[in-house]
Design a protein around this ligand. Structure first.
Ligand code: NIG
Ligand code: FE
Length: 426
């Protein structure tokens, strides 16, 4: 058995005996232990506590003891929304946007998602795997220990299956915990621009049965926006996915509020993601779901609001109304949306800083949203997202810092010293 003891940790962060999805005010409660130790056995958290309890809780010290003086130790980030399998970056559009062209105009001209799809369909599975693997390695060094990855740049039967097979291979080869989401309904491909029913039938009859047979996806996603998929179309596609056991986890309210949240809640979606454009009713509805879950956690699951502030930052859009959502009682998760069009970065540390600086989330709220609630948004809460006995030792060791708030405060500065995945430093 491999055993590692970490001692004299300045602060052990997000220590929880019990798993709870954090809604509303509960997001601000971040349990910590000062001057702490943590014991890891075979990659699993076996014990933790105050240094003064060490002798009592760990009577026999292991061979490997590491001192973490002045360091904070946190659960690794759980990034519950990304598109890291893609063929090429899109700097041309970045320049167009600087010159004043909008994201929607770029998409309407055949840029955007269609541009990425054309490039992706020209590459082999192996080529796509290599670049996605490099992105995965890069984000793990930035503290990400679990990640959700979507398809959606294929938009053909072959292209979507190719992407999902790449994700499956990443799952098999990577030490990170990965969840896979089928996003065939990312946009209408050119051939189906005037034939929505035809493309929806292709998704339902030609893509989903193979995806289910080869177990290529955990979730189903739809981009529900004006000019993309309507709320009704989203419902049809999600119900088809649900018939194969894929829970909805959907893109809604990025550019418009067209009933996507209402439909997603009706479908009992695991999460609604983006939420830059929200009406008061949208906020109230998500708050109501969170509040009733908080009052009766064993009742039905609450749909999680996954905020993607770097997408708003990169597209110069208004930020998600995090404060209103939290005050209404919503369960919030934070994710990067790493993709070549709207968020070409997978840096969760910047997501956390931006959430505090621009969305007025407290550091405690942001850290909870990026760890335990992110784990819930991938149904990984039993294995990840907090310092809990029996969970995986996926941990972030910070550089010396005066306080936890220093982490988002010093935005853009790499405060990570080391990352541990499955009990091993990477
Ligand atoms: O989540 N908005 C839809 N999908 C992605 C961006 C896709 C792209 O521009 O390539 C997102 O922001
Ligand atoms: Fe996205």
């Amino acid at each position: 058995m491999s055993t590692i003891l970490i001692t004299h940790i300045k602060q052990l962060v997000n220590v929880r005996e019990q798993n709870n999805l954090l809604c509303g005010a509960a997001l601000a409660e971040l349990p910590v232990i000062d001057d702490a130790f943590i014991l890891i056995e075979d990659g699993i958290i076996a014990q933790y506590g105050h240094m003064y309890e060490l002798e009592l809780l760990v009577p026999q010290l292991p061979n490997l003891v590491i001192e973490a003086q002045d360091q904070f130790v946190l659960p690794a980030w759980c990034d519950s929304h990304t598109h890291i399998v893609f063929a090429k970056t899109r700097e041309e559009e970045f320049i167009d946007k600087i010159k004043g062209v909008s994201y929607a105009e770029i998409a309407a001209k055949g840029g955007g998602i269609l541009n990425s799809a054309a490039k992706l369909n020209a590459l082999t599975e192996d080529e796509l795997f290599i670049s996605a693997w490099q992105r995965l390695e890069a984000v793990s060094l930035l503290g990400t220990g679990a990640i959700e990855i979507k398809s959606g740049y294929g938009l053909t039967v072959e292209g979507e299956l190719k992407m999902l097979r790449v994700i499956k291979k990443l799952k098999e080869k990577s030490k990170l915990t990965i969840k896979s989401t089928f996003l065939g309904a990312h946009t209408y491909p050119i051939a189906y621009k005037e034939d929505h029913e035809g493309y929806i039938n292709l998704i339902i009859n030609d893509m989903l049965p193979v995806i289910a047979a080869e177990k290529l996806a955990d979730y189903i996603d739809v981009f529900c926006e004006t000019g993309f998929f309507s709320a009704n179309e989203m419902e049809t596609i999600c119900r088809a996915g649900m018939s194969y056991g894929l829970k909805p986890k959907v893109h809604v309210n990025q550019l418009n509020s067209i009933g996507g949240i209402q439909s997603a809640i009706k479908l009992n979606a695991l999460s609604v993601d983006h939420l830059e454009t929200m009406t008061d009713d949208d906020v109230k509805l998500l708050g109501k779901i969170g509040t009733s879950h908080q009052l009766n956690p064993s009742g039905s699951n609450a749909t999680i609001a996954t905020l993607l502030p770097t997408a708003a930052f990169f597209l110069r859009m208004p930020y998600q109304p995090a404060r209103q959502l939290i005050d209404a009682g919503t369960a919030i998760a934070l994710a990067t949306d790493f993709n070549p069009g709207s968020s070409p970065s997978g840096n969760m540390n910047f997501v956390i800083a931006l959430s505090c600086i621009q969305m007025k989330m407290l550091p405690e709220e942001a850290i909870n949203a990026a760890t335990i609630n992110g784990a819930y948004a991938m149904e990984l809460e039993k294995a990840l997202g907090s310092i809990t006995i029996g969970k995986k030792a996926n941990l972030i060791f910070t550089k010396p810092m005066p306080s936890l708030a220093y982490f988002p405060y010093s935005f853009g500065t790499n405060m990570i010293d080391k990352v541990m995945i499955d009990g091993m430093f990477i």
